[in-house]
Design a protein around this ligand. Structure first.
Ligand code: APR
Length: 315
């Protein structure tokens, strides 16, 4: 029997994610959104591509949660995206309201599911969802580092004119200006990036990676990135659905790892059928450790703002 995946939010990120999962063919998909008929229309359109892409998976759209019951994996993409000039943090209270209205339903209809958060600001939304769901940290976490790492790898591959597959890298920390590309462990076919590129060039690539989401928002004018984000979601989803046990950067609740306790921050995690099966502690340089702490402090500030808000008090 195929696994069941629910995608909450049938906008750019959600619908593209649903399409990608449907095309892979090993999971049935429920696409849900508050806009009447929108998820039904998109799901039917995707379903009708089945004979062309060779997928026998099922996909349905819904405006409620009945259809989502018993999902193995629930991907939450519902929320407002950024507009030019906005930071991800500017979305916090609007998206907190949306996430708060969703998590209770997901828990009620799919109490044993794994929840993958995508709504921004990602780290704060993951933390809010974890607190609302009361799920163990293994079954609720967020996607950001895989996307940031993909951007970092793309820019390095472009600079060196090599295949993206030769570039091994990790971007940790929060999904924002304080994210932490791990330069000293980044390699190209095993060769340290620091042996291949001048410091100044590396710094430029790091900065472009940090601004990667903003660069797309500026170009799109209405809305934010969704092709690379949906591909990043699918990389994590696949490791869970196929129990691949890949080690990928994910936003996970930390219980003392990296000296951080009680916060959701991006770190390498082992993803398998049980969700986050292990938080991996890699050795960081002093600089990277300091940058990770700074990133965690930025996440903490947002979480505190959320805790003080009326939305949090009401839920
Ligand atoms: N339940 C279900 N869907 C909802 C809800 C809700 N309570 N509230 C809003 N939505 C839906 C909207 O109707 C819309 O279809 O979420 C969808 C969001 O889609 P887009 O506006 O296209 O935004 P998208 O680009 O998909 O980004 C969604 O992911 O990457 C992040 O920053 C991004 O937080 C944003 C989220």
């Amino acid at each position: 029997m195929r696994k069941k995946v629910t995608v909450v939010g049938a906008g750019n990120v959600g619908a593209t994610t649903a399409q990608r999962i449907f095309e892979l063919g090993y999971a049935d998909v429920v696409l849900t959104d508050v806009i009447p008929d929108l998820p039904q229309g998109k799901a039917l359109d995707i379903l009708e591509s089945g004979p062309l892409v060779g997928s026998d998976a099922k996909i349905v759209g819904s405006n409620g949660y009945d259809e989502t019951a018993g999902s193995d994996l629930v991907i939450v993409t519902a929320g407002v995206p950024r507009k030019p000039g906005m930071s991800r943090d500017d979305l916090v209270l609007t998206n907190l309201k949306i996430v708060s209205s969703i998590i209770g339903e997901v828990v009620r209809f799919s109490p044993h599911s794994i929840i993958l958060m995508v709504t921004n600001p990602l780290d704060a939304m993951t933390q809010a969802a974890l607190e609302l769901s009361r799920f163990p940290r293994s079954r609720l976490f967020g996607m950001a580092g895989v996307l940031d790492t993909a951007r970092f790898r793309t820019f390095i591959a472009q600079e060196l004119n090599v295949s993206v597959e030769e570039v091994q890298a990790y971007v940790l920390g929060g999904h924002g200006d304080t994210m932490v590309p791990l330069v000293h462990t980044t390699t190209v076919a095993g060769v340290p990036i620091t042996d291949l590129l001048e410091g100044e060039k590396i710094d430029r690539i790091v900065q472009r990676t940090r601004d990667g989401g903003g660069e797309i928002v500026k170009l799109l004018k209405a809305g934010s990135a969704y092709y690379a984000p949906s591909a990043a979601i699918v990389e994590m989803a696949e490791s869970i659905l196929l129990d691949r046990k890949r080690i990928l950067p994910g936003c996970s609740y930390l219980e003392g790892e990296y000296g951080i306790r009680g916060l959701c921050v991006g770190v390498p995690v082992k993803l398998g059928a049980k969700g986050v099966e292990q938080v991996i502690e890699v050795k960081l340089s002093h600089e990277e450790m300091a940058a990770l702490q700074k990133s965690a402090a930025a996440v903490k500030e947002l979480v505190e703002l959320m805790h003080r808000s009326e939305v949090a008090k009401a839920s």
